[in-house]
Design a protein around this ligand. Structure first.
Ligand SMILES: Cc1cc2nc3c(=O)[nH]c(=O)nc-3n(C[C@H](O)[C@H](O)[C@H](O)COP(=O)(O)OP(=O)(O)OC[C@H]3O[C@@H](n4cnc5c(N)ncnc54)[C@H](O)[C@@H]3O)c2cc1C
Length: 362
């Protein structure tokens, strides 16, 4: 039996980022995971840091603030996590898409987001491998990508260096309150005590919240990704639907299936390959060497769920889709909220309270 100040449930990118940022403010932190860092969704994704087509516009702005924190996170963490701010391109093929893009660019620019609508000539100059049949593209220099496994390991090692304890392969079975209001965390290996608990369980968040009869509605949405053989540098940017890693592989995929399993299917592989060749015709002769899937934990209204759960003092939650993009900001802001500091940025649209009280400001 051991007492901690704060126990974080889940060592994915979100739990590890909270641990790292919180470790600069308090001691006595434990992170518990049923697997290892990145055994959940953080190890099975595309890993774009993507801002410029996010909707609604205030959420794009929130994503921008997170993307802007990456360069300083890179300096702070000891391990290289292959962060590259390449800029992102979203190709446009139809007149209808062009009109939608015009509206989006206007909205996002009004939010201070650096986004441009490129003509076909400008887009092909920027990314020569694009299909010459495009009408144009949207572009933002804010976008980039990382290696998510290295990022998670880097956050975990830096948090550990700051004194955070981690317990892996240790499933949390139940969490309840003691009479004094503190928490009893029962895991498969041990029982721990804590003043505060943070639910960072990704797609498992709703089940964890159920221990407190708390409402955090999360949908489970599978995504499949195909991986090519390593090829010489072809993509200068992340192109919506794909990115080229440091060792030359191209990760391709934008599929969404409302399923909670990690099987891969031939039809989605074919769709992903067709999408890739439509966007980048040179990929026609490139071999696929791997195919994997991951399950997104997507809050029911598609927006992050952050903050202290109502009527549950000391119980915090951080659950989001696009958790790679949002890793820095969620870790930073949650550390402020947990320490009862005023958050640097308002979390009103993302506050978990919205599932309890209708009058939470949008
Ligand atoms: C196909 C795909 C593509 C994606 N592409 C992108 C992208 O390009 N950009 C982007 O920003 N985001 C992307 N995402 C989303 C991103 O991967 C997730 O938002 C992010 O990884 C969530 O991190 P997390 O820490 O909340 O969850 P997880 O990494 O799942 O961490 C939760 C942890 O909780 C642990 N856990 C669960 N239950 C228990 C228990 N009872 N006891 C102990 N531990 C427990 C799990 O083992 C897990 O490690 C993508 C996701 C998918 C599936």
């Amino acid at each position: 039996m051991k007492n901690y100040k704060t126990i974080i449930l889940g060592a994915g990118l979100i739990g590890s980022s909270i641990a790292f940022h919180l470790s600069k403010k308090e001691t006595g932190i434990l992170v518990v995971d049923q697997g290892y860092p990145s055994s959940g969704t953080s190890g099975s994704n595309q890993s774009w840091i993507w801002v410029h087509t996010k909707k609604p516009d205030y959420y794009a702005e929130f994503s921008m603030y997170s993307a802007e924190l990456y360069p300083s996170l890179k300096k702070e963490l000891s391990m290289d996590f292959e962060y590259r701010r390449t800029g992102g391109i979203s190709p446009i093929f139809t007149k209808e898409e062009w009109e939608q893009a015009e509206r989006m660019v206007e909205e996002q620019r009004a939010r201070g987001i650096n986004i441009k609508l490129l003509t076909k000539k400008q887009a092909l100059k920027k990314e020569p491998a694009l299909n010459p049949d495009i009408l144009g593209a949207t572009y933002s220099s804010l976008d980039g990508h990382v290696n998510p496994m290295r990022l998670n390991t880097s956050l975990y090692l830096s948090a550990q260096k700051n004194g955070v304890s981690f317990s892996f392969y240790n499933k949390v079975l139940h969490v309840e309150r003691e009479n004094n209001g503190n928490f009893i965390v029962t895991t498969q290996n041990k029982v721990y005590y804590a003043e505060k608990v943070v639910i960072a369980g990704g797609k498992w968040t709703s089940e964890m919240a159920n221990w407190f009869d708390a409402r955090v509605p999360i949908e489970k949405v599978k995504g499949q990704i195909i991986v090519t053989e390593p090829i010489p540098p072809l993509l200068k940017h992340i192109v919506r639907g794909m990115r080229q890693t440091n060792n030359g592989e191209i990760l391709i995929g934008m599929s969404s299936e409302y399923e909670d399993n990690r099987t891969t299917t031939f039809d989605v592989m074919k769709q992903s390959a067709s999408l890739a060749v439509k966007l980048i015709p040179k990929l026609n002769n490139v071999r696929i060497v791997r195919h994997f899937s991951g399950v997104r934990g997507v809050p029911i209204d598609k927006l992050p769920v952050l903050g202290e759960i109502p009527d549950n003092r000391g119980l915090f939650v951080a659950a989001t889709h696009s958790g790679v993009t949002l890793t820095p900001i969620v870790g930073y802001i949650l550390s402020e909220i947990i320490m009862r500091e005023k958050p640097s940025i308002s979390i009103a649209p993302y506050d978990v309270k919205r599932f309890y009280y209708k009058d939470v400001i949008k």
